[in-house]
Design a protein around this ligand. Structure first.
Ligand code: DXP
Length: 255
């Protein structure tokens, strides 16, 4: 089970809801993924205008836990305002803190992310900050009381996969709260590697919504995350420089 604050989930895949070719494909992909957590940018919702189109309207949202995110925020103040708006409109009390510091790389601003997380924790939110793969920043966020840490694999939407597996490993090893690898996943094998490293979950969007067949890719991601988790739990063999025969002959009369 993936436990985040008071919530428990069977699925370890958190799925973004944007950039699908159309709403039918979005719905089919979301269902095929068997995710239980959907994330979306609060800024893209017409939360207080029921007459306006809503990009979640095709989904049976009551079946999912909604994880609003503060995408679009460039400062802690903006992120806090967006989170409060989401809560006031009756969305979940969980919030993915996303404070972008650079529009070209879409990398998170560490100082503003820390500030926003601190403020939102004081306000009683379940806080999941999207952060870089900086090991010490991840520790600081955990020490603040964040309920999960979400280090990026590589820049959002880049599909480059895990650029720094060592840092992710350090973050996972030191963390007492769930670590969810967020952003940059390109293929099912990237997601499997994140899980084999010991991540508690993976959040992804573009790899599914932008795939040639998003529905098939949603299933592939689900299976990859399950396989990666099983592999982690099973415990991999140690890497060695030299060969070890798979069929030892020692002690047998026939060599
Ligand atoms: C939807 C969402 O929250 C994104 O900001 C997230 O970081 C996913 O990134 P990818 O699109 O690279 O999977």
């Amino acid at each position: 089970m993936l436990k985040i604050g008071p919530y428990s989930f069977k699925s370890r895949l958190l799925l973004g809801t944007g950039k699908y070719p159309d709403f039918d494909v979005q719905k089919a992909a979301v269902e095929k993924s068997q995710t239980e957590i959907l994330t979306f940018a609060v800024r893209r919702m017409n939360i207080f205008e029921a007459s306006q189109p809503n990009f979640l309207e095709n989904l049976e949202v009551e079946k999912y836990t909604l994880l609003p995110n503060t995408a679009g925020a460039k400062t802690a103040e903006e992120a806090v305002r967006i989170a409060k708006l989401a809560r006031a409109s009756g969305l979940c009390d969980m919030i993915k803190v996303e404070v972008i510091g650079c529009q070209k790389t879409l990398l998170p601003d560490p100082v503003e992310t820390l500030k926003a997380s601190e403020e939102l924790l004081k306000e009683g939110f379940i806080v999941l900050p999207y952060t870089s793969d900086d090991v010490l920043l991840a520790k600081r966020l955990e020490e603040l009381g964040c309920h999960a840490i979400m280090p990026g694999a590589s820049p959002i939407g880049s599909g480059q996969g895990i650029l720094n597996p060592l840092n992710l490993r350090f973050i996972i090893e030191q963390s007492a709260v769930p670590v969810i690898v967020d952003a940059g996943i390109g293929t099912p094998s990237d997601a499997a590697i994140a899980m084999e490293l010991g991540a508690d979950g993976v959040l992804l969007n573009t790899a599914v919504s932008g795939a040639g067949d998003p529905v098939k890719m949603a299933k592939a991601m689900k299976l990859a995350i399950e396989a990666g988790r099983l592999g982690f739990e099973a415990g991999r063999i140690p890497k060695k420089i030299y060969a070890t025969a798979s069929s030892p002959t020692e002690g047998l009369s026939v060599g």
